[in-house]
Design a protein around this ligand. Structure first.
Ligand SMILES: Cc1cc2nc3c(=O)[nH]c(=O)nc-3n(C[C@H](O)[C@H](O)[C@H](O)COP(=O)(O)OP(=O)(O)OC[C@H]3O[C@@H](n4cnc5c(N)ncnc54)[C@H](O)[C@@H]3O)c2cc1C
Length: 340
C-alpha cells in the first residue's frame, strides 16, 4: 500500500510514522522548507525563538506514552518557568500543578526527530488532487504530478484542506464550518534581562494574549529573548498590516501590559500565523471517507493543541491501515533520535 500525506506538521508526521511502522509506504509533501508546521522555531544568528506553539501539556495516556519516550531521548524537557497572568502591570501567579513540556533544545526538535527516515518532499505545495476510483494522484504548484497512491491523508489547517475535498462534499461541508483564528507573533531580544520575574504570562485587556521569556525554556541560548502573541481579536483586526507596522504596536503593548520601562530591543521581527488556532475545534480526532480512501486530520479535529494533533494523526493512520490496535502500540524506542 502507498499513501500520500499532505502536510508534515505534528499530525502528518505522527500519521506517517504509524503507517511506516506497520509496513506501509508513505510519502509526505510540505510547502515549507522543513518539518513542523506551527510547532516551529525561528533561528536568527545565535538567537532562537519558538514563535508558534509555546509548550504542551499531556492529558491522554496514549500521548503520555510517546512523551515518556521523548523525555528519555532528551528531545522533550519539562519547562519549570514561572507562569502567571497580567493585567495593567499587576501579575498573578498561576498554580504550579500544570506540567508543561517543551521540545529541547527548541520546539522543532520534536518534529525534526519525528521526520527522521521518512520520505518528505519539502518546498512542494500541493494544489490539486484526483481520485480515479482506485488511486490518488496529486499535483504541485509547478504542475508536477505524483502518484499513484492507494490513499490520501490531508493534515493541513481546514481552509487549506478544502481545495482537496471536491470529491467528498459532505466532508467539505463539515470542515467549512471550522474557523481558524490568526496570531501575530513578535520575536524580540534585549541586551540585558528585563526586570520581570515571570517567564510566561497570559495577558488580559491588551492587544496581547501571551508573552514568554523564550530563554527560560531548557536548552535555549541565554540571550534575553521574548515571544509576544497578539490576541485572536487584535490579530484579526490587523491581519493585513505589514510586519513592520505590527512590531511597534505589540512592543508598546508589551511594556504597557507589564508596566516595564520601554527598552529598545537589539533585534525584533513580526511573523503572521494566518491559521493559528481553531476557534471551534472538533473532538472527533479525524475524518475518514471510505469510498474515496481519504483521511483528513489535524489539531483542529481534536482540540487545537499539539497533543490533539498527534493523536489525530495516529488515529487516522490506524483507521486507514485497519489497525484498531495501532493506538495501543507505543513507537519503537529507536524512533526518537536525539537532536545533534
Ligand atoms: C501562535 C501559536 C501558538 C500556539 N501555542 C500552542 C501551545 O502553547 N500549546 C499547544 O499545544 N499548541 C499550540 N499551538 C497549536 C499547535 O502549534 C498546533 O496544534 C499543532 O502544531 C498543529 O499541528 P498540525 O500537524 O495539525 O498542523 P500544522 O502544524 O499546521 O501542519 C500542517 C502542515 O501542512 C503544510 N501545508 C499546508 N498546506 C499545504 C499544501 N497545500 N501543500 C503542502 N503542504 C501544505 C504546512 O506547511 C504545515 O507544515 C499554537 C499554534 C500557534 C500558531
Amino acid at each position: 500500500m502507498r499513501v500520500a500525506i499532505i502536510g508534515a506538521g505534528v499530525a502528518g508526521l505522527a500519521a506517517a510514522r504509524s503507517l511506516q511502522n506497520n509496513g506501509i509506504n508513505v510519502t509526505l509533501f510540505d510547502k515549507s522548507r522543513g518539518p513542523g508546521g506551527r510547532m516551529a522555531t525561528r533561528r536568527i544568528d545565535d538567537l532562537a525563538f519558538d514563535h508558534g506553539a509555546q509548550y504542551f501539556t499531556v492529558r491522554d495516556d496514549r500521548f503520555r506514552r510517546q512523551v515518556h519516550l521523548w523525555l528519555q531521548e532528551g528531545i522533550v524537557k519539562e519547562w519549570r518557568g514561572s507562569i502567571g497572568s497580567v493585567k495593567n502591570g499587576t501579575v498573578q501567579k498561576k498554580s504550579v500543578s500544570t506540567v508543561r513540556y517543551v521540545g529541547a533544545p527548541r520546539m522543532s526538535a520534536i518534529t525534526r526527530s519525528m521526520s527522521a527516515r521518512l520520505d518528505i518532499k519539502f518546498k512542494t505545495r500541493i494544489i490539486d488532487s484526483h481520485f480515479d476510483g482506485s488511486h490518488w494522484e496529486i499535483t504541485d504548484e509547478n504542475q508536477m504530478t505524483y502518484g499513484s497512491y492507494d490513499a490520501l491523508v490531508i493534515t493541513t489547517p481546514p481552509t487549506q484542506a478544502l481545495p482537496f475535498l471536491d470529491q467528498s462534499p459532505a466532508l467539505k461541508r463539515e470542515i467549512e464550518c471550522i474557523i481558524m483564528q490568526p496570531c501575530w507573533a513578535v520575536m524580540a531580544s534585549f541586551n540585558r534581562p528585563l526586570p520581570l520575574s515571570s517567564d510566561g504570562l497570559f495577558v488580559e485587556d491588551s492587544p496581547l494574549s501571551w508573552i514568554c521569556r523564550n530563554n527560560s525554556k531548557p536548552g535555549r541560548p541565554e540571550s534575553e529573548s521574548w515571544v509576544l502573541h497578539g490576541s485572536p481579536e487584535w490579530s484579526s483586526d490587523h491581519l493585513e498590516k505589514k510586519p513592520d507596522e505590527i512590531l511597534p504596536l505589540l512592543l508598546t503593548a508589551f511594556f504597557e501590559a507589564t508596566g516595564l520601562k520601554s527598552v529598545k530591543p537589539d533585534f525584533a521581527k513580526a511573523h503572521r500565523w494566518r491559521y493559528a488556532l481553531a476557534e471551534n475545534p472538533l473532538t472527533q480526532e479525524y475524518f475518514w471517507d471510505e469510498e474515496n480512501r481519504l483521511a483528513v486530520c489535524g489539531d483542529w479535529c481534536n482540540g487545537s493543541r499539539i497533543e490533539g494533533a498527534y493523536l489525530s494523526g495516529v488515529s487516522a493512520a490506524g483507521r486507514l491501515a485497519g489497525l484498531p490496535d495501532a493506538l495501543q502500540k507505543p513507537a519503537p524506542r529507536e524512533e526518537s533520535m536525539r537532536l545533534r
